[in-house]
Design a protein around this ligand. Structure first.
Ligand code: KG4
Ligand code: ZN
Length: 359
């Protein structure tokens, strides 16, 4: 059973064909990074326009690369939310049109469920399985959520960020320091060159649900540190690097980053990782998890991966490979597969929902 899936919730136009919920026959991702990079973040109107440009060729390429014809497909899946509504609309409307034209059923997928299924998909590919109940930490540019995942993919929300998402904190700090967008990958590459103990960041104790996150205080602490350390010249030099035609390499960034700033980056990243893993492990312990799933763009972070693997947690920790951690459509097809088996189809009148909850 082959599913063609379309993902367009933020700034990647993606399509994939996955067979039987486990074999990725194709996975195409058209990134809009070059469009949004110079603005230091995703511009929703530009994202919709870029999706419109990319959607037809991306879907065509996914179908071709998978060696499938329309007749080989059992269903078409699309992300219905959460995300930018103008972006979601492009992928969902195209999916609906294809379903109508080809007489195929439509499967509506929650983007966060997709991120969780990225791990399930890879475990299946490897011939292993994720043990349930699992605790899933989804950390990306738009979300930082902790879900209890029961067998049969039933979800319960245990905690979430009250302000910025973890990826957003990476992006805002990088922008403030002159590294451009997206900030996570750049900070990840520079952090190993600094001392993570050099700058002490403290997190306020959470009132109410202690499994919730808050990253805005950390962002403000970095801002205060920058204001106190006379950094205008080095930040201006890095912004100038961003205006060059070629994307700066890690060596370019290292040459433009004094030791003290590397220490700041390392300490900031260390603080985010500690925050994520402390609450994820507390949640996992509280619900008696048999495994921990970490997914979303921030799951690419090498420091987070290393810290999670060396934390001595009493259950296996699963990360998707980097290509399946950031937004892609293979994870949407994987999440759609159990719905196809259960005959859970959506009507062609289903609407995109910017704030669609998973649980
Ligand atoms: O899942 P994703 O592709 O899109 C959303 O659903 O938001 O995640 C993108 C986010 C961005 O904030 C980006 O800075 C962050 O993931 N990210 C990283 C890394 N790679 C991407 N954050 C930390 N370390 C990384 N290596
Ligand atoms: Zn995402």
């Amino acid at each position: 059973m082959r599913i063609l899936a379309i993902e367009s919730s933020c700034d990647e136009t993606a399509a994939a064909v996955v067979a039987d919920g486990k074999a990725v026959l194709s996975s195409i991702v058209a990134s809009q990074m070059s469009t949004h990079g110079k603005y230091g973040g995703v511009v929703p109107e530009l994202a919709s326009r870029e999706h419109l440009r990319a959607i037809v060729p991306v879907v065509r390429e996914a179908l071709q690369q998978s060696g499938s014809t329309w007749d080989d497909l059992s269903a078409i899946a699309a992300t219905v939310g959460p995300g930018l509504v103008g972006s979601l609309l492009v992928g969902l409307t195209y999916a609906k049109s294809l379903c109508f034209a080809r007489g195929l059923p439509l499967i509506a997928v929650n983007h966060l469920e997709g991120h969780i299924h990225a791990v399930v998909l890879e475990a299946k590919c490897a011939g292993t399985a994720v043990a349930f109940p699992a605790l899933a930490l989804v950390a990306s540019g738009g979300h930082t959520h902790l879900f209890e995942v029961q067998d049969g993919f039933r979800y319960r929300l245990l905690g979430k960020t009250r302000d910025d998402a973890a990826g957003e904190a990476f992006d805002k700090v990088a922008k403030l320091l002159g590294y451009g967008y997206p900030g996570g990958p750049t900070i990840d590459r520079l952090a190993p060159h600094g001392d993570p103990q050099a700058v002490r960041f403290t997190f306020a104790k959470m009132k109410g649900n202690t499994l919730d996150f808050s990253f805005s205080g950390l962002k403000t602490a970095v801002l205060r540190w920058v204001e106190a350390h006379d950094m205008e010249t080095e930040i201006a030099a890095r912004r100038a690097l961003l205006r060059q035609p070629a994307r700066p390499t890690t060596d370019d960034w290292l040459a433009a980053t004094p030791r003290r700033t590397l220490d700041l980056l390392a300490s900031f990243q260390r603080a985010v990782i500690t925050e994520l893993l402390t609450r994820a492990s507390a949640s996992a312990e509280g619900m008696g998890a048999h495994s921990l799933i970490v997914s979303g763009g921030v799951a690419c972070n090498t420091g987070l991966r290393a810290a999670a693997q060396s934390a001595g947690l009493p259950y296996p920790v699963h990360f998707p490979s980097p290509g399946l951690s950031t937004d892609n459509a293979a994870m949407i097809a994987a999440a759609a597969f159990p719905k196809l088996v259960a005959g859970q189809f959506a009507g062609l009148d289903i609407a995109a929902q910017a704030n669609l909850p998973l649980a």
